[in-house]
Design a protein around this ligand. Sequence first.
Ligand code: GTQ
Ligand code: FE2
Length: 349
Amino acid sequence: MSKSIQQLDQELEQKNLQGLWNEELWNSDARLFTKDPKTMVQPCVWKWADIESSLREAGDLVGLGGKVERRTVRLQNPGLKQLKGQKHATTHTIHMSVQLLKPGELASSHRHNFGAFRFVVRGRGAYTVVDGEQFFMEPGDLILNPPMTWHGHGNESEPIMWLDGLDYPLVLSLQVLTWEPFPGDFQPVKESYKSTVHRLGMVRPLWEKAAGPLAYKWSDTYRTLKNLEASDGSPFDGVALEFVNPADGGHTFTTMACGAQMLRPGEITRTHRHNSSTIYHAFRGGGVTTIDGKKYEWSEGDCFVVPLWSWHSHQNASKKEEAILFSVNDQPTLEALKLYREEPGEAGK
Ligand code: GTQ
Ligand code: FE2
């Protein structure tokens, strides 16, 4: 008598093999085989008032030192909470948190192979040290912290809050994460590299490996946005800029692209979609983003997520004031893997 399929399946199980004729197995895979990509990432808005009050309370309750290296609150995507192991994330590829550093505090130095950036939102005068280079921080500044660069933060000024963006969930899912503390706790500033003023524009010291300054001052970014105010801009994003990687003129990081965009008074962008996901921060002004037909309102300081492949358009809520969004997306990752796709919505939408 020949054996039954059930018997065969049981034998395969013992040998760590699986036959895809097994209906249960096939169905669990086939669920994912749809024409449009599926994501667990959900649209979500985080109100600035909630972020700020949690950090202020943590500021009274949580001191830095010992196990607490950073006082940050993470923007947790509700759709990813149910995932085990990878649940600590704002999207499936990018983690965003907001950090508070109080006067007199030092956040010890470490390095990791996930890339990171700081975008300053409240306060000024604190600094971050990246590979011995000291960058003082003002609202709107973007400071890059490329993979494996040592970094620590210090504050001898006023309380400061900034956004941390990290490609940590991506690196974690590739199972190659590395992290190490700096020997001796805080990496000293190189004597010649105190303050950011030593390197400006597109120049580099020939005796250094570093390709260019890792900081983008808000005054430069804002001036560029204003200079381009009368241009057509992008139909989908208004006057939209990307922070260019100083090393190769490409995306901000190999994995992430950071951007700043201005929606002019009353501007409404055209609908489109792409298989990259974006995390936004309303740096100035307020508006409405329509995601798959649903309206999400944001005002100054709020953060929100547009999940991959969702139709979306932005609207500046004011007819008089500009609105400025800072954002980060994972388009470079998808492009590097030759998986990036985008589609415009119907004209007039
Ligand atoms: O400041 O180095 O929000 O390593 C998460 C991980 C901040 C940081 C975060 C980090 C940092
Ligand atoms: Fe870090």
